[in-house]
Design a protein around this ligand. Structure first.
Ligand SMILES: [Zn+2]
Length: 299
């Protein structure tokens, strides 16, 4: 014979507590689902209606092209090679971009700068920003050849320069003026992008020669993995400083360099990064809306 319920007050109390706990869990799940739905809705809106900040890592095969948008302003960091420049321009148009506010070129290698000409001629850019190499004059001359007779202003940029893109701030961390570096990859602009308490780090093709000389950066939400995931970049010490939540790699399918190298994938996993690759997932999109960050891919 079982005891009547009224004679077991502690059992009743437990049942109530469990019931309350279950209801609280259901409410939390419902709130999370609604929030996720709102974020998904915001992700689908065209540029002119988009809230927050976005970084697109456009799939250009073996190379790199990034589009940054915030508050109706637009910037590109690299354009990818010449042979995918038509696709890049079409992508920008599809996203509602009509003119670029800034066009940064991390370094003058063709997999990053080959598309500059077409992007500038088709869409225009208010200002083209490049690192100093050989001399400021040499850098300006190279960039002048890219943009021809357009109205685009050309400027050399260097450590500590800052640019605003809507409510986002882009700070140049590297290289310094008069740097004396003769390796083009190591001249790569390093850009820290900050928006709503989130941090994104863009490193171009920077290598292990320079990583230890950078100022301490601290944890970032998103890292553009340097040099397409080459083993000569993304050292253990550097990754332990920046500890990215998301690591984005731009590289071509079955590229001849074997990028990204397995050792870099392992180093990224060691610091707990979630890895996204354009060769596997196509164009990647980072959105920050109301302080929330999400990474999605086209595949
Ligand atoms: Zn490259």
């Amino acid at each position: 014979m079982t005891a009547p319920r009224s004679q077991n007050p502690s059992g009743r109390l437990w049942r109530r507590l469990l019931g309350g706990l279950l209801a609280a869990c259901l409410l939390l799940l419902l709130a999370a689902a609604l929030k996720q739905g709102a974020l998904a809705d915001l992700l689908r809106r065209p540029l002119k209606h988009q809230a927050g900040f976005a970084m697109h890592m456009i799939d250009v095969g073996q190379g790199q092209a990034l589009l940054l948008t915030c508050g109706g302003q637009t910037a590109m960091v690299d354009t990818g090679p010449a042979d995918t420049s038509r696709q890049v321009v079409n992508y920008l148009l599809k996203e509602g971009v009509r003119e670029l506010d800034y066009l940064f070129v991390t370094h003058p290698h063709s997999d990053h700068s080959g598309g500059v000409n077409r992007v500038v001629e088709t869409l225009g850019a208010r200002v083209l920003l490049i690192p100093e190499y050989l001399s400021e004059e040499a850098a300006l001359t190279t960039a002048g050849d890219w943009v021809g007779k357009t109205d685009t202003q050309i400027a050399v940029t260097r450590a500590d320069d800052r640019y605003t893109l809507g409510d986002a701030v882009i700070t140049v961390l590297h290289p310094e003026a008069g740097n004396g570096i003769d390796d083009m990859n190591d001249l790569s602009l390093v850009l820290l992008v900050e928006y709503a308490g989130r941090r994104l780090l863009i490193t171009g093709d920077l290598t292990e020669n320079v990583e230890p000389t950078l100022p301490e950066i601290g944890p970032v939400d998103v890292l553009q993995v340097a040099h397409h995931g080459s083993y000569t970049s993304s050292t253990k010490g550097f990754l332990e400083d920046v500890r990215p939540t998301y690591a984005l790699i731009s590289c071509g399918k079955n590229n001849e360099y074997g990028h990204p190298h397995n050792v870099v994938i392992a180093r990224l996993e060691d610091v707990g990064a979630r890895i996204y690759r354009t060769d596997e997932e196509g164009t990647l999109l980072v959105r920050i809306v109301e302080g929330q960050i999400a990474v999605t891919s086209e595949h």
